[in-house]
Design a protein around this ligand. Sequence first.
Ligand code: UD1
Length: 416
Amino acid sequence: MDKLLIEGGVALSGEVAISGAKNAALPLLCAALLSREPLTLTNVPDLNDIGTMLRLLQQMGVKTTREGNVVTLDASGLDNPVAPYEMVKTMRASILVLGPLVARCGEAKVSLPGGCAIGARPVDQHIKGLTAMGAQMSVEHGYVLARVPKLKGARLFTDMVTVTGTENLMMAACLAEGDTVIENAAREPEVVDLANCLVAMGAQISGAGTDVIRIRGVEKLHGATHRIMPDRIETGTYLCAAAVTGGDIRLTGTSASYLDAVIDKLMDAGCDIESSRDSIRIKAPARLNAVSLRTAPYPAFPTDMQAQFMAINAVASGTAIIRETIFENRFMHAVELIRLGADIRIDGNTAVIQGVDKLEGATVMATDLRASAGLVIAGLVARGETLIDRIYHLDRGYEQLEHKLSGLGAKVRRVK
Ligand code: UD1
């Protein structure tokens, strides 16, 4: 199993290109299921999760080709609306095939994703929405089964804001008969990116980016070409890496407009940030101020940036309080940061971080994707060597991580 060896202490400098967004790419790949005509996506990141989704779609009968960061999907031969457990268990976002399959095929059999390291993560809202649209839904032997001659538009309300839930229901509603309204919809930029692509395919959608999305069902969708938005979490992660090392870097191919809450906190921490339409420059002080935060759905502070901010707070001046409100078990990086010398106390969904003068390198274990990013950030500032085990989590969501960091001057290498 690969590990990442980091020798901390280098202030990052230079330029880094940000990749296409994983969390936009995954639903966009599934959108191809809705049409008999090819969908071409550009700016697709080369990540393990993308490979998993492509394999999942291929075994359903979708033809896929990939040249660099351009992926074309042809679902004209879709003949097996099944997502088996072996594939779904490695990636929860596989549930995103459910809505498109029911809409296009009138049936689907999708394994329940089960738990993951950060919490239970049920899919009851996806099931509730499709039921309201007339599908017969059941859960048998660990699989969600759906059957319906034709989905019908409906007024849908989700109990909590769910990103993939909103995306699944929006995709399903595109081919339903009549009008659908999704209330309490997720407002994440990735939902807007998906809606833009669906509209390019002929869907009728308004309100994406607000908490009420309206969809008028159409008979069929056609092919399209769509460029995937930049990854705002990768962007935020490099901003934190620069911030914690007292660095000065420019991030290209990305935009600050998706990251208000994160940039606001970095400025509170003492960083200078300038942004243009497609780049961001960050200059960090020698030591950051502690910044407290509370995670919540977009446009509030993203849970996917919580671990990275715990890492920067570990060496900041002062005390920070972090409240995690989205996932019940998302502090596993804290114990690993403590192994590096951080002073962190956890009480339920609250972490109190008392900044220390320095962290010391040690061997730590990555537990999930964003927790691993937090450990990388800590490793970049810790004295001596930090060895991060189980970095397959990082390979799921960060394209060329060690190359991009090395390009900024960090001493990072992958060890087999
Ligand atoms: C997406 C992101 C993930 C991010 C998360 C929250 C993708 C591929 N993944 O995950 O990176 O951390 O949003 O911003 O886009 N819930 C239910 N029932 C449901 C659905 C959700 O109880 O049917 C709960 C979840 O357990 C969680 C909360 O709602 O507590 C939000 O989850 P959700 O927005 O659905 O997360 P994902 O879409 O899986």
